[in-house]
Design a protein around this ligand. Structure first.
Ligand SMILES: Cc1ncc(COP(=O)(O)O)c(C=O)c1O
Length: 476
């Protein structure tokens, strides 16, 4: 499973401008939690009329739970929340009828989620063709084993944890100092990012999801309150900002998932210029930056002025095959301030300290090993396997007479089937070749006519897939 539907929607239309009202309200609800928390600290009265939350005596766990219920407990409309110590089991035989309403915001989300839908179609296909050897070039999940030196660093540290001297419990919420330092020094070398600006996460998705919300509009297939900006071959996968409403947040992903396009320096300069002019915050997703092999910037902070307007979210998932290990980071520069001059960094720190107790210390050891000289070399080789797969896939689709994008600075190949519906192409490919792809519309309406093909698989399977595509799909 990768990202929630909305994320994929956003990624496609990238970089879309998120009309900020709903998003920023959610973000600010989280950020303003400081105030709620202060209220709880200051007030011994366990009943808070503004929340209808009932608190038992103040132990920190309860306080945190209440805080979560107030600000981000996602599926309950929190009108009444009790943390009593006493048992609440119902008398035997009584059917419990909950009096808890669903959070209405959950109903605003799109029902289906792309990858479960694909998985369901795969199951149906397997029932129809029980002997078929399915090859998945669908979900963007890594397949190749971790480099030994990285796995060894984690296993050595795990063993240390079994000793009196080596045991460690909670670490800093913001992350291991050494790792923060290594990210600043290695990934952001010469970009002026300080270790204190780097927050370690358990993957990019959780930080991205904090700033995404909206209401799904069935008729348009879009989320309300979001400015969608189509990015396709016709505009070099970069939006035309003229005529687009100003928004507080501009979400931008490069190299892009799903189009595979890595924004050029000129494009990113334009992006920073627009954000500066509009006083907007760019949320820059650079999860695939290590796939860049030309001179496209690997970080938004390569662009002068970006520290005043941009947060960058990234991950070890595709950099080192950590999709299951779980490790990522977010950079919030000290220079980034709200309109009243208050530093965003302080609020981000507050959220991290309250909602997150730090990434796994074992995973962080693995992250450190990735950033050593040998680790960088090993992950480069690992990425090389996927990049070579992407090249072979690109050549295959091109040789079939199709327009192919991405694939050079990204593990994703974005293929255009003129005049066709994405889901129809997905079905045809599955029927004729037993290969799973991803229909472009799964990422948003701008993806109609495209499919995304992932290079995350073994060289052997990708070659077999290309053979089937050429033989059973033919020329277009
Ligand atoms: C563009 C992009 N950002 C972030 C993520 C999530 O990464 P993580 O595994 O760190 O949550 C993905 C995962 O597929 C992605 O494609």
């Amino acid at each position: 499973m990768t990202l929630p539907t909305l994320h994929h929607l956003l990624l496609l239309l990238l970089p879309p401008l998120i009309n900020t009202r709903a998003n920023i309200e959610t973000f600010q609800a989280l950020l303003s939690s400081k105030q709620l928390f202060t209220d709880l600290d200051d007030d011994d009265d366990p009943f808070h009329p503004w929340s209808s939350v009932c608190l038992c005596q103040s132990d920190i766990t309860q306080l945190n739970s209440s805080f979560l219920a107030l600000t981000c407990f996602p599926f309950v409309k929190c009108e009444s929340y009790s943390l009593a110590h006493s048992s609440s089991s119902s008398p035997s035989g009584t059917v419990c009828q909950l009096r808890v309403s669903r959070n209405a915001n959950m109903e605003k989300l799109q029902n289906g989620y792309l990858f479960p839908e694909i998985a369901m179609r795969q199951i149906v296909h397997m029932e129809k063709y029980p002997n078929a050897k399915i090859i998945s070039l669908g979900i963007g999940d890594t397949t190749e084993p971790l480099p030994l030196l990285i796995a060894s660093a984690m296993s050595k540290y795990s063993h240390q944890l079994s000793t009196k001297e080596g045991y460690q419990g909670y670490g800093a919420e913001q992350g291991n100092k050494e790792l923060r330092n290594a990210i600043a020094a290695t990934i952001y070398k010469d970009m002026g990012i300080k270790d204190t600006e780097v927050f370690i996460s358990d993957g990019a998705q959780c930080d991205i999801s904090r700033i995404q919300t909206g209401e799904y509009m069935r008729h348009s297939g879009k989320y309300g309150g979001i400015e969608y900006m189509k990015c396709g071959p016709e505009n070099m996968f970069f939006p035309d900002f003229t005529g687009v409403l100003r928004t507080d947040i501009i979400f931008f992903c490069s190299p892009n998932n799903p189009t595979g396009h890595a924004a050029s320096r000129e494009q990113l300069e334009q992006l920073v210029e627009v954000a500066t002019k509009n006083g907007s915050i760019i949320v820059y997703d650079s999860a695939y930056s290590d796939y860049i092999s030309d001179d496209s910037p690997t970080s938004i902070y390569e662009i002068p002025g970006a520290k005043e307007v941009a947060i960058e979210i990234s991950s070890f998932s595709k950099l080192a095959g950590f999709t299951g290990v779980r490790l990522g980071w977010t950079v919030v520069p000290h220079e980034l301030s709200y309109s009243n001059g208050f530093p965003v960094h302080k609020d981000f720190d507050r959220i991290i300290c309250t909602c997150f107790n730090g990434a796994s210390n074992i995973a962080q050891r693995g992250g450190l090993a990735c950033l050593s000289n040998e680790g960088r070399e090993a992950t480069k080789n690992l990425i090389g396997v996927y990049k070579e797969n992407a090249r072979v896939l690109t050549d295959t689709f091109a040789s079939m007479g199709l327009e192919v994008y991405g694939g050079t600075n990204s593990p994703y190949v974005w293929v255009y089937f003129p005049g066709r519906k994405s889901w129809d192409v997905f079905t045809e490919i599955l029927e004729k070749t037993h290969i799973i792809t991803v229909p472009g519309t799964g990422f948003g309406p701008g993806g109609e006519g495209f499919i995304r093909v992932s290079s995350f698989n073994s060289t052997e399977y990708v070659r077999e897939a290309c053979h089937r595509l050429k033989n059973f799909l033919g020329r277009y």
